[in-house]
Design a protein. Structure first.
Length: 250
């Protein structure tokens, strides 16, 4: 097991390595206790391509919130089948079913933090419980939170999060997509530069920030998978810290 000091040293060293070199290291260090996550949108394609080419059969977690656009689900099906990817769908814990069903329409609008916690954060926490390393596709140029991320990040419970594309830019993604002739999400050309759940995604202009169409005008930029929310395991702590207010949900 790597010590905290070794992780910090390697993370620094990886700042000058290619994503492929970082992925190769991760797979040789942690296989078979390693998985990646993907939202199957256009900017996810390079990492998905690199990881699944380097290690066939690696588990790819896809969070099925139940709020996805049909186009995303169809694109996920097509890529999983054509690339023969071992996709594992993650779902909300069934204990929230009654509450979530009663509030299906209002929850994303009235309390998006709680909604993301129930539909994204908790299912991912559960899926990662039995493995040692998680490859994620975040980039520093996407949000102010991601700008502060490290290539290797030790989560509170010993899980190592690996961010091989952290130093990549939008231009690097485009270049790799063109070089490898990778397909884009079907809504990309219609202005959906970053695609999340239907109630929280809008089309944007070509010059807008890549994630401007996510939770637009609602003061939220992250779902919680890449923030401190992910490190909280108790819903009471999460509710207090992220100002969740279920009383507004109807
Ligand atoms: S992105 Fe919107 S609909 Fe999806 S889980 Fe978060 S708040 Fe809910």
């Amino acid at each position: 097991m790597l010590s905290v000091q070794e992780i910090e040293r390697l993370s620094e060293e990886f700042e000058t390595k290619t994503p492929q070199e970082i992925i190769q290291w991760a797979v040789s260090e942690f296989w078979p206790e390693i998985a990646m996550s993907s939202s199957f949108q256009t900017q996810s394609m390079p990492l998905l391509h690199m990881v699944t080419s380097l290690k066939r059969g690696i588990p790819v977690f896809f969070i099925d919130t139940g709020y996805h656009l049909w186009d995303t689900l169809m694109f996920r099906e097509k890529i999983a089948s054509e690339w023969q990817i071992n996709v594992i769908d993650l779902y909300r814990d069934t204990r929230w079913d009654v509450f979530a069903r009663q509030n299906t329409r209002s929850l994303p609008l009235e309390d998006p933090n709680l909604c993301c916690y129930l539909h994204k954060v908790q299912p991912m926490q559960k899926a990662l419980k039995d493995i040692k390393a998680w490859i994620s596709g975040i980039r520093r140029d996407q949000t102010s939170v991601r700008a502060k991320a490290k290539i290797l990040e030790l989560q509170g419970d010993g899980l190592l999060k690996i961010n091989p594309l952290l130093n990549w830019t939008k231009a690097d993604v485009k270049k790799y997509m063109e070089e490898k002739n990778l397909p884009s999400h079907p809504l990309y050309e219609k202005g959906y530069r970053s695609v999340g759940c239907a109630p929280c995604t809008i089309a944007i202009g070509v010059n807008d920030d890549e994630r401007a169409g996510r939770w637009a005008g609602r003061g939220k930029v992250e779902c919680g998978l890449h923030t401190d929310m992910f490190k909280k395991k108790d819903i009471a702590d999460v509710k207090q810290e992220f100002h969740m207010d279920v009383t507004k949900v109807k």
